[in-house]
Design a protein around this ligand. Structure first.
Ligand SMILES: [Zn+2]
Length: 263
């Protein structure tokens, strides 16, 4: 990892927790992705839109000319919020050292697999991004992937706690949706980890069934979209029992497919 860092724990410890979560077999890949990533550390500000010059708010070991290149390509505000920007291979992390955000974005980096540069196509965990002929990028299953990434983040944080670090997770928009996603996550945790590491969507679909997964994501993406709008408008999120039941039914269809395919 780069010289400048605002981590509250040691880099080695952080890598080890990822290895604990994904398994020792993946340690080479995890190290190749997370040992020395490009990072911009930003200071958390209330009103990023008011900032004209972002330099006082960021710290990085990346050469200045390179960062200036990024600023020409991208809206500068994306460097003032936690992110993994896959086409730049760049982590943007808070200098508060917020461990939730840091693990969450590092997990995005691990699960980012660019398939093609031009036209751009990528698999990021469960999310697929494809550049259209008009140049815009369309993404699928992005919200579901955000919730899965956050559930994984909590699992990785519990490994940190087992290893003696006293860190507690914090609230994120994704936690409002845990109830809908948890049965799916718990049942398919191993194939999901594999998908994150390999980017092999075909293998994953062989586990859950293509049609069954499509039915699940159609339902879930619609629900997550509504949850995000409610949160944006500061409305409380209430998840209906009937939606939890429907999510469970659709998850069961994937479990049944999985059992059938094993016979
Ligand atoms: Zn995310």
């Amino acid at each position: 990892m780069t010289k400048t860092n605002f981590l509250s724990i040691s880099k080695e410890q952080l890598l080890q927790t990822f290895i604990k979560f994904y398994g020792a077999n993946e340690s080479e890949y995890i190290k190749s992705q997370l040992e020395d990533p490009k990072i911009i550390w930003y200071e958390v500000v209330d009103d990023p839109e008011k900032i004209t010059d972002i330099w006082p708010y960021i710290t990085t070991d990346i050469p200045k000319e390179e960062v200036e290149g990024y600023l020409k390509q991208k809206n500068k505000y994306i460097f003032l919020q936690s992110a993994y920007i896959d086409d730049l291979g760049l982590l943007v992390l808070p200098n508060s050292g917020n461990i939730n955000h840091i693990i969450h974005e590092m997990n995005h980096k691990l699960s980012s697999h660019i398939i093609r540069e031009k036209p751009y196509a990528a698999i990021n965990g469960l999310s697929i991004a494809v550049e259209t002929v008009h140049g815009g990028v369309v993404t699928y299953n992005n919200n579901l992937n955000e919730v899965i990434n956050e559930l994984m983040t909590l699992d990785i944080i519990s490994w940190l706690n087992i290893m003696g670090e006293n860190v507690s997770p914090c609230y994120s928009w994704q936690s409002g949706a845990f109830k809908l996603i948890q049965p799916f996550y718990e049942h398919f945790k191993e194939p999901l980890k594999q998908l994150y590491i390999t980017g092999n969507m075909f293998d994953f679909l062989r586990e859950v069934g293509e049609q069954e997964f499509q039915d699940f994501t159609n339902f879930i993406e619609r629900k997550l979209f509504i949850i995000k709008i409610h949160l944006r408008n500061n409305k409380p999120v209430t998840i209906k029992e009937e939606d939890v039941a429907e999510s469970q039914r659709l998850t069961q269809a994937m479990i049944d497919y999985n059992l059938r395919s094993r016979k």
